[in-house]
Design a protein around this ligand. Sequence first.
Ligand code: SF4
Length: 436
Amino acid sequence: MWTYHPTLLATPVPRYTSYPTAADFGPLEPGTIERAVASAEGDISLYLHIPFCEAICFYCGCNTAVSGKRARVAAYLAALHQEIATVGSLLPQGTKVRRIAFGGGSPNAILTGEFLGLVDALHAHLPLAAPEWSIELDPRSLTAEWSGVLASAGITRASMGVQTFAAHCQKAIGREQSLTMICRSTDWLRKGGVTSLNFDLMYGLPHQSEADLEDSLEMTRKLGADRIAVFGYAHVPHLVPRQTMIREADLPGAAARFTMAGEAHRILTAGGYRAIGFDHFALPHDSMALAARAGRLRRNFQGFTDDPSEVLIGMGASAISGFPGLHAQNEKHTATYRQLSEVGRLSASHGIARSAEDQRRGALIEALLCQGEAVVPDDLLAQVAGRLAAFTDEGLAQLRGNHLAIPPHGLPYARVIAALFDAYRAATPRTFSSAI
Ligand code: SF4
């Protein structure tokens, strides 16, 4: 049972898919990303961003646009093909691509032939070493044809955006998809060879009750999702203008959101799922659950992951690449991205060089969020002691010597506790989402 301490959740904090976070990125010297790709070593992972969707959901903060203008999609994909070739020409001998993820947007908003063209380009230009393939999918644009396409591409992991099964909530967020559509999509994905299927769900949606959330969780469980992500809707219309379509007055309050998050945790863990970090759940056989149990869970730009690679190369507009010493984000505007890519240049001009101190603090934050514990160096402990006491006094964190642990009932406070070790937060004021 989680206890609500509103004052401890009052400060919005980052989700820490990286440290330093994207909010702390600044201009990079020309040639930085090329040098980083050219010095990559060992196993690497790839992420390809497809910034198109069948329709845009009111709540979405992603860099995406409607896929209706075919010429625009084709021009973008031509630039992506060029970027694949450029990255392939820079990667040193001996590197091996072990994972490839397609995200967006909705990768299935493009034509199946266009998708297979990208898969062929990856095979042609990059050192693939029997990689594991994954994809994010929108059930509204999924067809039976995609089942065969996923099978021929060898995709075994898929994540489907569902958010809620409640029709009145779907209407309020501009994402209407029937139960039949979700069931049919699940069937197609399983037939296409997907062995690890994730459903994205949300709490804190307009007009959403606890019973609505409970129904969605139960339906997801019955459909056999191997993984479930349960995200809190972050209402920040000043940052995401399309969210003005959602009325603040229709949203559950902070206390109701806290209860919903706690209920999701209780229902899913009682239903056989293992809690992964602060917002994911996985069945015990799933590789994410196995990684969590073995202490191998990581956090990267895609969220919680069992990917052990230190190098993730993002391709496509706004995609972020991560190297031990650098984070770099591709040009966000698709027109500029296309212009740069078409002349064989990589477009990442913003990011941050990760100092040894960044890497030390980043490892600590990642350990707290993924393993729920970390050994804190003396100097960092001295810096946070006063603020950490607010959490240890309530039993939400436990400190024994230098060993800091977040017990299960401290989980909703994990991001706030991790943020104590973020050296940038005081320096870079910015609005993040609430911690729960
Ligand atoms: S389908 Fe996904 S990426 Fe596209 S608008 Fe909706 S939430 Fe955003």
